[in-house]
Design a protein around this ligand. Structure first.
Ligand code: CTP
Ligand SMILES: C[C@](O)(CO)[C@H](O)COP(=O)(O)O
Length: 239
């Protein structure tokens, strides 16, 4: 019987946020983005364990709240997101045939229903899949002076989100192959695609945004309120 695991890459520096600290430690309603993101995975009762890849220097720091859940453990991340994910997957006490959900620490607004939709859609398949959304804007290619050089065909173009769910063994092999071939993958699906797998697209939600720029914090605060209507989320505790 296959088991379900998670890896949360949280070893980035948040350079585009420009907040003077890594964005996974920024707070919304008194909880860090990392805490919200891991918490959304822990809400899944089938989850056996979750490895969080942190910057190596942060491994000795005290952590509070949901990260004290017995299912959570930590490892040192790498210089790129792909290296952090590979380190996390290597640290899982999992079998090759088990499933792993890889979810960005920078996506704190994952709903339980989207997580369950992904798990149910993918666990019956041999390969795996990702939450994603069809593109709704017109797409332009720009040059170095920010002038349009082309309007791109957006037909069948999707925006990839996380979680991304694959078999542990196949993902380990695909990530190692991408690294060996010098292929800089920005998500797990890219590594699986490069290894010849047909990755399933599972429709996600616009609220599952990746906090990338400072202005995204307000959007994330809004979506957290929608996701947790029963909880008292105290305004002004963002930092
Ligand atoms: N070496 C890295 C780089 C990124 N990440 C993680 O990958 C996720 C998505 O990456 P991104 O949004 O690019 O985060 P940062 O690298 O922190 O941001 P930036 O690119 O603006 O520096 C984040 O949860 C981030 O912590 C990671 O674990 N290890
Ligand atoms: C994996 C990802 O969330 C898919 O959209 C995204 O690519 C990660 O962010 P990055 O800026 O590409 O590291």
């Amino acid at each position: 019987m296959s088991e379900l695991w998670a890896v949360v890459p949280a070893a980035g520096s948040g350079s585009r946020m420009a907040q003077g600290q890594s964005k996974q430690y920024l707070q919304l309603y008194g909880r860090t983005l990392l805490d919200w993101s891991v918490g959304s995975l822990l809400s899944c009762p089938q989850l056996r364990g979750c490895v969080v890849a942190l910057p190596k220097a942060d491994l000795a720091l005290d952590r509070v709240g949901v990260l004290e859940d017995a299912r959570v453990s930590f490892c040192a991340g790498g210089a790129s997101r792909a290296e952090s994910v590979a380190a996390g997957v290597a640290a899982l006490p999992a079998q090759d045939k088990d499933w792993v959900l890889v979810h960005d620490a920078a996506r704190p607004c994952l709903s339980r229903s989207d997580l369950q939709t992904l798990i149910e859609a993918v666990s019956g398949s041999g390969v795996g899949g990702i939450l994603a959304l069809p593109i709704t804007d017109t797409l332009k290619r720009g040059d170095e002076s920010d002038h349009v050089t082309a309007t791109l065909d957006r037909e069948a173009v999707w925006s990839a989100q996380t979680p991304q769910m694959f078999r542990v063994g196949e993902l380990r092999t695909a990530l190692a192959a991408a690294q060996a071939n010098g292929y800089a993958v920005t998500d797990e699906a890219s590594a699986m695609e490069a290894s010849g797998f047909a990755v399933q697209l599972v429709r996600g939600a616009v609220g599952n945004l990746k906090v990338t720029y400072a202005s995204d914090m307000q959007l994330a605060a809004f979506w957290l309120k929608q996701l947790h209507p029963q909880e008292v989320l105290v305004e002004g505790r963002e930092s």
